[in-house]
Design a protein around this ligand. Structure first.
Ligand SMILES: Nc1ncnc2c1ncn2[C@@H]1O[C@H](COP(=O)(O)OP(=O)(O)OP(=O)(O)O)[C@@H](O)[C@H]1O
Length: 228
């Protein structure tokens, strides 16, 4: 599903963010990425959704060699990857419904399918009744649910979540985790960067620890492993 072979990423200013990372993440896995601030977690994820390309090495996602993708193939690959951020990144002037539907409009899905599927995912995240609310009228947890609905609406093979609970209180965070587990259970691979020790230690999954741009630890049902 996701394979990195000897991946190096050096930014334009000379910062070495990843240094020789090799990893295989199988279909349907749920992986936590942990590690100190600045270790390279976001870079790891940006390479998966092709926000960045590797300086060296090969990365394939869902069968595509995405470091060497022809520009016209990029939208096709992106629709197979849903992305969730700590700060939600909803469009402020669009309702919950419009934020989700927009992701389908971009890939030119037929109109009647858009309506049905958008309401279906809003129901899945528990926000059917709030479909007409603007982001500012929703709580942080609700906004993150809209962002999750948007990420899954095109049925991606992979979800990449960069600290999805980082801006939420503990109780709301557990709700978001339940939702991500449900999405994973339905067959989506999830890679989630997090600093939340309690979540990692309670909802045990594979843990990949990145330190100074390299994989320091990779354990099935691992622990967070850093002091809070
Ligand atoms: N666009 C960029 N240009 C230059 N350096 C960058 C860029 N993006 C990230 N870096 C640097 O690359 C290194 C890895 O950053 P990255 O954001 O991947 O870390 P992280 O593990 O996600 O950190 P955090 O937990 O704080 O989000 C850091 O030294 C960072 O300053």
């Amino acid at each position: 599903m996701i394979e990195m072979q000897d991946i190096w990423k050096t930014y334009a200013d000379g910062t070495h963010a990843l240094c020789g990372v090799s990893v295989l993440i199988e279909r349907n896995e749920f992986v936590y990425l942990v590690g100190p601030s600045g270790a390279g977690k976001s870079t790891f994820m940006k390479l998966i959704y092709r926000e960045e390309i590797p300086t060296k090495g090969q990365i394939s996602v869902n069968g595509f060699n995405i470091g060497k993708l022809k520009p016209r193939k990029i939208p096709y690959v992106r629709r197979n990857i849903g992305v969730i951020f700590q700060d939600f990144r909803l469009l402020p002037k669009m309702t919950a419904y419009e934020n989700v539907a927009f992701a389908m409009e971009v890939i030119e899905a037929p109109r009647r399918i858009i309506k049905k599927r958008t309401m279906e995912v809003l129901e899945l995240v528990g926000l059917k009744e709030k479909f007409n609310s603007l982001p500012a009228q929703l709580s942080g947890g609700e906004q993150q649910r809209v962002a999750i609905a948007r990420a899954i609406v095109n049925s991606p093979a992979v979800i990449v979540a960069d600290e999805p609970t980082g801006n939420l209180d503990p109780e709301t965070s557990w709700g978001i985790m339940n939702l991500l587990e449900e999405i994973n259970f339905r067959g989506t691979t999830i890679v989630m960067a997090t600093h939340n020790r309690e979540i990692v230690n309670r909802l045990r999954k594979r843990v990949i620890a990145i330190e100074s741009g390299t994989i320091a630890r990779d354990e099935a049902r691992g622990e967070y492993g850093y002091e809070a």
